[in-house]
Design a protein around this ligand. Structure first.
Ligand SMILES: Cc1ncc(COP(=O)(O)O)c(C=O)c1O
Length: 415
């Protein structure tokens, strides 16, 4: 993702930043690790690890429940993350930031809670050909239960959504449009502004799956006018098990809780239970407290570098990698959309991606192989899967050179 003017960019020492990621300092199979599976999960820098250690060592207690000091300390630290997330994505209020266990959980919350309440037979849910399974399956489940119908925006050979087809599918029957912001399988950056505006003109509600966008570029949910926006902590230098659902307050107030239990209630009797206010109405049970606090530290870390700088660095690395890989004979890049994030999916002539990935692992290169939880994308190209290098700001040109060398070695291995 390219951005405009970056004032501080030239002053950033990317090597120092990289050195803050202890996991990157190791050898794998006797070779220095080159980690290029950031789309699946990014690594945690030392300040995030330190914050987790500090919490576990000195601050652990349950949140929202205790009058005692330790519980209040944990609650303050945990709730501070809500404030950081609100600012990070420019949500309108803290009530609009719902803590979940990840993107999958966030989408399921909307599908089950909003979908089951408001969808009726014949309503249409629009998704795209390039969705992650997390943004397909929950909608299929809800469609089955409600009689709603799933419609799919097709894509072209380069991995661009066919926007004419989208506008043609969109109608008064469209109730929900659920779209991936950045494709994890292809790197395509989708024109979500146009999608949201057109959907709203038909009174449809829009959910954007931002799992691959929030870690890599500045996202402003109010400027986008997204109704729901979802992402995961573990893809943005934070811990696993934690994620965010942003939702517009008026919509969140309109829908019932998804899970029942402690924390999400106002008053419980056997006759009737009333629910807590936003955002707690959707947060039943003891949450992953440490992971939430870790996300706060991850946001601090990203903010210190600056999301515009991160986007710029990743665009540079994507350009470098695309050039380097395109020069390799017999390598085909799958997904060459007009707007791309730092993901390169590729195939090697005559070599199964899993076999290639295994040899590359022996060279210390961690890339993803398979369908990337996007089987409809693989079906479209009629391929079993791809190899995928997903690049983060803490990667560097050496990593890309090592990737290219490993690809050439792999090709020779299979001759
Ligand atoms: C675009 C996209 N959506 C959803 C998900 C699911 O995220 P999680 O497994 O953190 O719930 C992923 C994870 O790879 C993703 O890339």
């Amino acid at each position: 993702m390219k951005t405009a003017q970056i004032d501080t960019y030239s002053t950033i020492n990317w090597k120092t930043i990289r050195n803050q990621f202890p996991v990157l300092q190791q050898e794998v199979n006797g070779k220095p690790l080159v980690y290029l599976d950031n789309g699946a999960s990014s690594q945690m820098p030392q300040p995030v690890i330190d914050r987790l250690n500090a919490y576990h060592s000195n601050e652990h207690a349950n949140v929202h429940r205790g009058i005692h000091s330790l519980s209040q300390k944990a609650t303050d630290a945990y709730e501070a993350t809500r404030e950081k997330v609100k600012d990070f994505i420019n949500a309108g209020s803290l009530e609009e930031v719902i803590f979940t266990t990840g993107t999958t959980d966030s989408i399921n919350l909307v599908a089950h809670s909003y979908g089951r309440t408001y969808l009726k037979e014949g309503d249409e849910i629009i998704v795209s050909q390039m969705e992650h399974h997390a943004n397909i399956v929950p909608w299929q489940m809800i469609a089955e239960q409600t009689g709603a119908v799933l419609k799919v925006i097709p894509m072209d050979e380069n991995g661009n959504l066919m926007m004419d087809a989208f506008h043609a599918i969109l109608s008064e029957k469209t109730a929900i449009v659920a779209i991936i912001h950045v494709s994890n399988a292809l790197g395509t950056i989708n024109p979500v502004e146009e999608i949201i505006e057109a959907a709203h003109a038909k009174n449809a509600v829009v959910l954007i799956d931002g799992a691959q966008s929030v870690p890599h570029t500045k996202v402003d949910v109010q400027a986008l006018d997204a109704d729901f926006y979802t992402f995961s902590a573990h893809k943005m230098c934070g811990p696993t098990g934690f994620g965010i659902l942003y939702g517009k307050k008026e919509l969140l107030n309109k829908i019932p809780p998804y899970r029942g239990g402690g924390d999400m209630i106002d008053k419980v009797t056997f006759e009737k239970t009333t629910y807590n206010d936003l955002p707690h109405k959707f947060e039943a049970g003891t949450p992953p407290i440490a992971a939430g606090i870790g996300l706060g530290a991850a946001i601090d870390f990203l903010n210190e570098i600056g999301m515009d700088n991160i986007a710029h660095r990743e665009a540079e690395l994507l350009e470098y990698a695309t050039k380097k890989l395109s020069a390799i004979e017999g390598l085909r890049i799958v997904g060459q959309a007009n707007q791309k994030a730092s993901v390169i999916s590729f195939l090697l002539d005559g070599i199964h991606p899993t076999d290639a990935g295994t040899i590359m692992d022996k060279e210390g290169i961690a890339v993803r192989t398979g369908h990337h939880c996007a089987q409809p994308v693989m079906d479209y190209y009629n391929i079993p899967g791809t190899l995928r290098a997903s690049i983060s700001f803490y990667n560097n040109e050496d990593d890309i050179d090592r990737l290219a060398e490993a690809i050439i070695y792999t090709k020779e291995f299979f001759v």
